[in-house]
Design a protein around this ligand. Structure first.
Ligand code: BGC
Length: 737
């Protein structure tokens, strides 16, 4: 660094798109070639081949007086070329080894393309199904999300992000991006500091503890301060409190967006972002434009209450540049700028990835209802009805930038391959009615096509096809771009034409299996009653439909558990099992002057967090605690016997929740503290042990972020153990001090 000029240091902070990837902002970046020749680029994201990466690296080295290499990044959100289920689906597996394995495979594919960093894992907690990016995330619970963050980091980075076949992880989006007002993407969030500390920050703490090498900041403002200018959270919490010492990158034009946020014109915005701890500026190039001037003259912005001297700006440029270079060193690029970019680099065997993707898809799907219909006999005559029965492109799900629709085996083919006979297929209904919505859904390429015939005609054809079947399998849900970035929905439910289709199919009286392919938790309304069996399959990636076929015909057993609550009605969102109690708690049905909804029927079928059915049955014995009273230096052991009472193997996720009936402030009604997944053979029983420790019950009192104090009280707490967040057995435990 001592040998670098100011301009060279500023160049290192510039993060540019390759121009081959997805452009998600409105600005057109400058010509990359010109920038590379002048040593004005620190890193590039979105290259699509090792050849391009190599060519760019050669150019960068030639254009850099000191021969400083670039690093290459990409959005590898749920797989790379081999697309795995959406992250919300993977979260429903509650299987950390599986999540680590999918991340490791994605890392190997990415590394073989000359990539060094992935913009993953996305670990935004979200409790609002209107927000489309629920699809990319770990669901609603901080402790499940924390484990997922750690597992994904382990998978991407291995022991060393600079080792062969591994990449640097980038935790995103820091922070509370998943709680925007009204569920509108990019919108701001105001919440109690306690919520931030107990719900939205813990997954980041877990990712940092697992060694994540980088973090991306979020577009939104949190408690009145946009994250790209949020020094208290970035330098104050992330670095000072968790000890994170990696690289912080902006989101796409996030620095420039500080201006419309009301943070001041470009020079002020840049100074604020750099000061807050945003080391690299993605796409906007505002660092490149503004920092030379700022380093000469400093900045004084009394209207924004912000000032930095020239010397301070220069020191901040040094700080950011050092972090960029350290990151490159950690990736081994300072020793070998072409690390991982050998022309002979080979990705891992695609067949291995497919097998993993198929297993993951079966594990991601959640069986919500089964009136004895599933699994189907391979001999059953089935008719597949609905707009997803032969679909490929939508199955990839959102943010599958390196995936290819032709890699997907559609459901009708998967069923034919598994059962040895081709099922009858009928379209049944259009995904949506509105032509303008179809246009919006097809923004990244056509995945939604409309059957122009009148709805009655389409339906009549489907009913005729159903007439010959023993069982109807209805495939409904959302298109790929229904969920994801900038895809917030007013009403997270099944689009109307598909609701009408299910109602008509139910009327036939034939056994009806409904498979939902979606990117968000949908309020299913009457569909949950109309179906005899209901499988929530998310968008399952390249082998999504094969995973579903495996479940439907019993080649795999369902074990998914909801990582996010399915609302009974779209109007009740945001929603979480962990809601704090009111003084007038909901009694389980509507009661005047109690918390609840006047116009929601009492029997509206929602599905709680943690819920999911097996094909077999598991019974829970009485739980036992090693002691009912404990001191603060003691751990308590909880023991429970679970028995598979059926003749099929089951994978059960035993979930442990806690509640604190008396505290200094309101606390969640219950919250997940631990879980264990076990596979039990027919008739097998197993005793599971959980360790309960006092630190699981500390909570923050936080008049401000800086003044947050973690406390723990003596007294009664309750432990709830069971198969989901609702169906549990409760034990009392008293902390003596
Ligand atoms: C998204 C990020 C993504 C980035 C780069 C942004 O629009 O919010 O999640 O990593 O684009 O593609």
């Amino acid at each position: 660094m001592a040998r670098m000029t100011l301009a060279e240091k500023i160049g290192q902070l510039n993060l540019m798109p390759a121009g081959e990837g997805l452009l998600t902002g409105t600005r057109q970046p400058t010509s990359l070639a010109a920038r590379l020749e002048n040593g004005q680029v620190g890193a590039i994201f979105g290259t699509k081949s090792v050849a391009t990466a190599r060519a760019m690296q050669e150019r960068a080295l030639a254009g850099s007086r000191l021969g400083i290499p670039l690093f290459f990044a990409e959005d590898v959100i749920h797989g790379h070329r081999t697309v795995f289920p959406l992250n919300i689906g993977l979260a429903c597996s509650w299987d950390m080894d599986l999540i680590a394995a999918t991340s490791a495979f994605a890392a190997a594919e990415a590394a073989a393309e000359g990539l060094h960093q992935v913009y993953a894992p996305m670990i935004d907690i979200s409790r609002d199904p209107r927000w489309g990016r629920v699809a990319e995330g770990p669901g609603e619970d901080p402790s499940l999300a924390g484990r997922i963050a750690a597992a994904a980091v382990r998978g991407f980075q291995g022991k060393d992000p600079g080792s062969k076949g591994r990449v640097a992880a980038c935790l995103k989006h820091f922070v509370a991006y998943g709680a925007p007002e009204s569920g509108r993407d990019y919108d701001n969030v105001s919440l109690a500091w306690e919520d931030l500390l107990t719900t939205y920050l813990p997954p980041f703490a877990a990712g940092v503890a697992a060694g994540a090498a980088s973090v991306m900041v979020a577009f939104n403002a949190v408690n009145k301060l946009p994250m790209h200018a949020n020094g208290p959270l970035i330098e104050g919490w992330l670095r000072a409190k968790t000890g994170f010492d990696g690289l912080v990158v902006s989101d796409y034009t996030g620095v420039a967006e500080l201006t419309p946020h009301g943070m001041g014109p470009a020079p002020v915005a840049v100074a604020r972002a750099l000061h807050a701890g945003v080391d690299m500026d993605m796409v906007g190039e505002d660092y490149l434009r503004e920092l030379p001037g700022l380093a000469k003259a400093g900045v004084t912005a009394p209207d924004a209450g912000f000032a930095l001297s020239a010397a301070q700006v220069t020191a901040l440029i040094d700080r950011a540049c050092r972090r960029v270079l350290r990151f490159k060193q950690q990736l081994g690029l300072l020793e070998d700028p072409f690390r991982g970019m050998a022309r002979s680099a080979r990705p891992p065997a695609r067949a291995k990835g497919r097998a993993l993707a198929r297993k993951a898809a079966a594990r991601a799907a959640v069986l919500l209802k089964n009136d004895g219909l599933l699994p189907l006999s391979p001999k059953a005559r089935v008719t597949l009805i609905g707009p997803f029965a032969a679909d490929r492109a939508n199955m990839l799900g959102t943010w599958a930038v390196s995936g290819r629709a032709e890699d997907v085996t559609p459901l009708h083919e998967a069923v034919a391959a598994l059962t040895g006979r081709a099922p009858t297929v009928a379209w049944g209904a259009n995904i949506v009615d509105e032509p303008w919505l179809v246009q919006r859904l097809n923004v990244h390429g056509v995945t939604v096509r409309q059957d122009p015939r009148p709805e009655a005609e389409i339906l009549a054809e489907a009913l005729a096809a159903a007439a010959t079947a023993d069982v109807i399998i209805a495939t409904v849900g959302e298109a790929k771009e229904h969920a994801g970035e900038s895809s917030s929905r007013l009403s997270p439910d099944l689009p109307a034409p598909q609701q009408r289709l299910i109602a008509a199919l139910a009327q036939t009286g034939k056994p009806l299996v409904v498979v939902v392919f979606a990117g968000r938790p949908l309020a299913l309304g009457a569909v949950a009653e109309q179906a005899d069996a209901l499988l929530y399959a998310w968008h399952g990636g390249v082998a999504g439909p094969e995973g579903v076929a495996d479940l439907l015909f019993g080649a795999a057993s369902p074990s998914g558990r909801l990582a996010v609550t399915l609302p009974a009605h779209p109007g009740e969102v945001p929603l979480t099992y962990a809601a704090e109690p009111t003084g007038r708690p909901y009694p389980g049905h509507f009661a005047k002057f109690r918390t609840g909804w006047l116009d929601m029927p009492d029997d509206a079928p929602g599905f709680p967090f943690g819920f999911g059915l097996n094909y077999g049955q598991v019974s829970y014995g009485p739980p036992r605690l090693s002691r009912a009273k404990a001191r603060a230096d003691q751990a308590v052991n909880l023991q429970i016997m679970v028995t598979n009472t059926s003749a099929r193997a089951v994978t059960e996720t035993v979930q442990l929740y806690a509640s604190d009936p008396v505290a200094r402030i309101t606390r969640p009604g219950r919250w997940l503290i631990d879980f264990q997944q076990v596979t039990l053979g027919p008739g097998e029983c197993r005793t599971l042990r959980f360790r309960v420790t006092p630190d699981q019950f500390s909570y923050p009192l936080a008049p401000s972020l800086e003044d947050a104090e973690w406390v723990r009280d003596p007294g009664l707490i309750q432990l709830h153990i069971g198969a989901n967040s609702r169906d549990t057995q409760t034990m009392d435990l008293t902390w003596l001090d």
